[in-house]
Structure formats: structure tokens, C-alpha cells
Design a protein around this ligand. Structure first.
Ligand code: GLC
Length: 563
């Protein structure tokens, strides 16, 4: 049993058939093998990918040998100031924007004691107010990190991971209240003292943030990025350090703790993720649930199976199973499901209730009836008692595809929806962060009259170029690269000319956002990552997890599930 073999089990992994991908095995079966069954020793260094859901065939070879081969970056060890490898490698004439984007991305690099540690959110010299756009945001750095990894420059990513890990151990307070140990910062800033020639760090865990909300997404992105780094470099040693193992466990302790919850989803305050202002996304927002699911799967692949590690793995598996079921059953909406909800009875009591959350059909907004195509579907924004937020949110749906929270059928349906509702969701600038916009009284009540989030602006139905990289990744994963190409062409017609805005406004995304920063780093990096992924789809493996074959969704009525 678990305890009986601890001395040896660091070296001990499950029995595997040669050439058989571990991905084929069910998580539960895999864990029970780890915990209970006779073990066969194989190379210690395989431990990271041994538990990843698709990455390796176990052949005793350290290199990932899945369908997204050659994850060890060809240019590893390059300096952050070099010419992009992707330009040199390109078999066709690159778009002139690519070189410009690399220059701009490199200008955004932030150094701490001589080492590159991240990228600044925006370098907009024209903007009067800097606010906190001169900081390195954890979520904003992710596309930059992907660009550097894809270009064979992992050092900046490693430095970033270690620097933020160090910040995690700081004591965090808001007034007299102490935040949980594992909270990762929303952002940090490097202060250079030119006289004393010293660099110091200041971090923000929500105590300075507008609205004082802790960034729930930061810890999840950190875990996802650690896996991307490991996957891209083949360097397992970083993830296996006691510090990284501890960092992961602290994040997991925060989000796996038990309380009054009746659902496996994570209860959140408004503004705790990319949408970091009041926008009615409190409760169980799709963005957080999808990132939560993905981070759990990434952590599962990276935790070392020592006594404590195994306990976490068990908790992760239990949660993944419940979370996957809950999301696929209750957050999924397509034509059939909408019709079912429309006909729901209410006030049902007991276990036999069909309308479990007591959604009142009259609360279904009018727009959804026309918006919902016959072919297609998506994960709605939020589900909680008597409250279903029917809005579409791009990030959560793309991450659902990439993490395989969405079943293959659901992934196809999400892509179908994007195609069917191209004008609404993509328009002339990819991609709408949310759809549709809140207007009039609804806007005043839900946003608290936020002048930045007026209809079709910013988080309220604005179009965010950064989302292009996630769309592209989702397109590649679902075998629809032509959709990504179409979206990238749209971005190419405007982004550079407009000075890489943070977001666009309007129903179609035709107008540069009224308070949009220029030279917004993640708009730049997102474009580069999209280009590099299309050019070399093997990069997808860094941000994508294959479906876990056995965790099938429950059989439901909806057409797009069974099609
Ligand atoms: C805005 C965005 C947030 C982003 C930050 C820095 O606050 O809402 O998602 O991280 O700007 O770019």
C-alpha cells in the first residue's frame, strides 16, 4: 500500500507496455496502479510525463515522442535579444509585422539584476495615465512566454517562474486581513535605483488592484506555464525542485479546500481574472472553471508521487472527475439544451428534479434565441442557483477545448458556433471577450455604472487581439486551421497600423478602444504565438492536453454531443 513503499517509490512508476502512450490509460486506473499494484522500475526521469495525459510513449527515451514531437526547442539557450528563430526557419516570406512584433516584444522585457524576468503590460508613451500597465502581469506574460518558448528562448520563462514563486511566499495583507499562503500575484514591478544601482521588487496580490480583488487565475496560469516550459524544453528538473512542488501544492491547497460548497466548481468574486472589474462574473465563471480544470491536469502531470504528492493526486483526480461532469452537464448549451431549458418546470424538489438549479425559463434573455445556431454550442458564462449567465466568454471556451474539458463533440460544436456566428464573435477584429454587451439598466446594475465597461467596449463586448492565440490553438486542436488563418488575416489588416491596441470597441470591433493602451504587449505576443503555431503546429503540445479517453461525459440529449 501507499506507505509501505515510500523509500523506493520515487523511482517506481507504473507498469507500461512498450510504445503504449500513458494517455491511453484512465487517470483513476493510473493512480490506483501507482498506489496499489506491483510496480516495475523504469527511469526516474520519466516521472513528469509518465503522468501527463498524452505526452509520451514510454520507451525509456527522455524526449517526448507524441504526435507533437520535437518539443525540445531547437534554439534553446538563445539570448532574448537574438533574431527570432521562427523568422529564420520560415519557409515562406514572413509578414512584415512579424519582425516589428518581435522588436516590440523585446522592448517590453523587464530585467531584474540583469536577468530578464518578464514583459511589461504596455509601453504606451502617449498615454497620460500609466496606472499599473508598467508592471509584469502574470496572465499577460503567458503569451509572451509562449512566444519565447516557441522561439527557443526558455531562460526568461524560467526566471519568471522562479521570481513569481518567490513572491508567492510573501505575506499578503489587505488592511488587517491576511490572504491565503498560495496566492500568486496579479502583477509585479521592478524598481531600478540608478544611484544605488539596486533593483527591488514590488508585487500586487490584489491589495492595490482596482476593486481589491485577488487574481484567482494567476496561480492557475503559473502551473500551466510551468508545464509548458517543461514540455517545451524537456527539462524536468525545474518542475521537480522542492520549491516548485511546494508552490504547486500551495495553489492546490487553496482551490481544493473543502467548505460549504455543493458544487465542484470554484466560487469566485467578480473581477478575479482577465475581466478584472465588476462585470457580473462572480459565482462560478467559466474562465476560472476552465483554467482550474486545466491547471489540475497540468499539476497532476508534474507532482512527484511521494506521500504528500500522492495525496494531492488523489484529490485532484476526484475533483477533476466531478468538475468535468458538472461542467459538461450543466454549463453546456446548444440548441437542444436551450429548448429543454425553455420548457423547464420550476420549483422541483428532490433528487429527481430535471431543473436542478431551478432556472426560471422567463430569465432566458431574448438575444439567445436568435443567436443559438442549429449547429454549434458553447459553455455558458456561469451557472448557480436560479442564475444562468448565458453570455459567451471566449477565453473559457478556448481553454475548455485546449484542456479537453470539452469533449471532442463539444469542441467541434464550439468551433461551429464561432463559424456560424462569425460576425458577432469575430467581426473585423478577433476576438470578442464576451458576447453580447450589457446595455442600459442592465449595464448600470451589473457593472455599477462602470464608464470603462460601457456597451461594446473593453470587457463588455470589446474585441481583444490577445485572444487570437487561444483561438488559433483551439483551431489547430480541432483541425480547423483555416478559421485561424481567417482571423489572423483580419488582425494583420489593422493591428500594426493601429499600434497594437489592447482592445477594440463596437459591435464588429471596428474602433480602437476608447481607453485602449497602445503597444499592449499581449496583443503583440498573441499575434506572434498565433503565427508560430500555424507555421509549426507541433507547438500546440505546450498548451494543449489530449482527451482523457475514459472520462466520458454523461449521455445527454443534445444533438451536438452525439453528432
Ligand atoms: C486590464 C485587463 C487585465 C490585464 C491588465 C494588464 O486590467 O483587464 O486582464 O491583465 O489590464 O494588461
Amino acid at each position: 500500500m501507499v506507505n509501505g513503499m515510500d523509500g523506493a517509490h520515487e523511482m517506481v512508476l507504473c507498469k507500461v507496455e512498450p510504445q503504449c502512450s500513458i494517455a491511453e490509460a484512465d487517470d483513476f486506473e493510473r493512480l490506483s496502479r501507482l498506489l496499489d499494484r506491483p510496480r516495475v522500475k523504469i527511469e526516474r526521469k520519466l516521472s513528469f510525463d509518465e503522468r501527463s495525459l498524452s505526452e509520451l510513449s514510454v520507451t525509456g527515451n527522455l524526449r517526448p515522442v507524441d504526435s507533437y514531437d520535437s518539443m525540445c526547442s531547437p534554439g534553446a539557450g538563445r539570448s532574448v535579444l537574438d533574431t527570432p528563430v521562427s523568422l529564420a526557419r520560415s519557409s515562406f516570406e514572413p509578414h512584415p509585422m512579424v519582425g516589428e512584433a518581435w522588436d516590440a516584444l523585446r522592448r517590453s522585457i523587464v530585467f531584474f539584476r540583469g536577468q530578464p524576468v518578464g514583459t511589461i503590460a504596455a509601453i504606451d508613451h502617449a498615454s497620460e495615465e500609466v496606472l499599473n500597465y508598467d508592471q509584469v502581469f502574470v496572465r499577460d506574460f503567458v503569451p509572451s512566454a509562449m512566444a519565447f518558448l516557441m522561439n527557443g528562448e526558455p531562460d526568461i520563462v524560467k526566471n519568471f517562474l522562479l521570481k513569481t514563486l518567490h513572491l508567492q511566499s510573501w505575506e499578503k495583507r489587505i488592511d488587517r486581513f491576511k490572504l491565503g499562503e498560495g496566492v500568486m500575484p496579479a502583477s509585479f514591478k521592478v524598481n531600478h535605483d540608478p544611484v544605488r544601482k539596486t533593483d527591488t521588487l514590488v508585487a500586487d496580490f490584489g491589495e492595490s488592484t482596482i476593486g481589491r480583488v485577488a487574481p484567482v487565475d494567476s496561480g492557475f496560469w503559473w502551473i500551466i506555464l510551468l508545464r509548458a516550459y517543461t514540455k517545451s524544453t524537456g527539462d524536468l528538473s525545474l518542475a521537480e525542485t522542492p520549491e516548485c512542488q511546494k508552490g504547486m501544492k500551495l495553489i492546490l491547497s487553496l482551490c481544493l479546500s473543502e467548505g460549504f460548497d455543493t458544487f465542484p466548481t470554484l466560487l469566485c468574486a467578480d473581477g478575479c481574472s482577465m475581466i478584472d472589474r465588476r462585470m457580473g462574473v462572480y459565482g462560478y465563471p467559466i474562465e476560472i472553471q476552465a483554467l482550474f480544470f486545466m491547471a489540475l491536469r497540468c499539476a497532476l502531470a508534474m507532482l512527484k508521487p511521494d506521500v504528500e504528492g500522492k495525496e494531492f493526486m488523489e484529490r485532484i483526480l476526484t475533483r477533476l472527475n466531478a468538475l468535468g461532469y458538472h461542467m459538461r452537464s450543466y454549463f453546456w448549451l446548444d440548441f437542444q439544451q436551450l429548448n429543454d431549458i425553455y420548457c423547464y418546470k420550476t420549483e422541483e424538489y428532490s433528487h429527481t428534479a430535471v431543473n436542478k438549479f431551478n432556472v426560471i425559463p422567463d430569465s432566458i434573455p431574448d438575444w439567445i434565441f436568435d443567436f443559438m445556431p442549429t449547429r454549434g454550442g458553447y459553455f455558458v458564462g456561469n451557472v448557480s442557483p436560479a442564475k444562468m449567465d448565458f453570455r459567451w466568454f471566449a477565453l473559457g471556451n478556448c481553454i475548455a477545448i485546449l484542456s479537453s474539458l470539452a469533449t471532442p463533440e463539444q469542441s467541434v460544436a464550439i468551433m461551429d458556433l464561432i463559424e456560424e456566428r462569425w460576425e458577432e464573435l469575430v467581426g473585423v477584429m478577433p476576438l470578442k471577450i464576451s458576447y453580447p454587451a450589457l446595455e442600459g439598466d442592465e449595464w448600470s446594475i451589473v457593472t455599477g455604472c462602470d464608464p470603462k465597461n460601457t456597451r461594446w467596449s473593453y470587457h463588455n463586448g470589446g474585441s481583444w487581439p490577445v485572444l487570437l492565440w487561444l483561438l488559433t490553438a483551439a483551431c489547430i486542436k480541432t483541425g480547423r486551421p483555416q478559421i485561424a488563418r481567417r482571423a489572423i488575416e483580419l488582425a494583420e489588416s489593422r493591428l500594426w497600423k493601429d499600434g497594437w491596441p489592447e482592445y477594440y470597441d463596437g459591435k464588429l470591433g471596428r474602433y480602437i478602444g476608447k481607453q485602449a493602451r497602445k503597444f499592449q504587449t499581449w496583443s503583440i505576443a498573441g499575434y506572434l504565438v498565433s503565427k508560430m503555431m500555424l507555421e509549426d503546429p507541433s507547438h500546440l503540445g505546450m498548451i494543449s492536453l489530449e482527451e482523457d479517453k475514459v472520462k466520458k461525459p454523461p449521455i445527454r440529449r443534445s444533438a451536438s454531443w452525439t453528432a
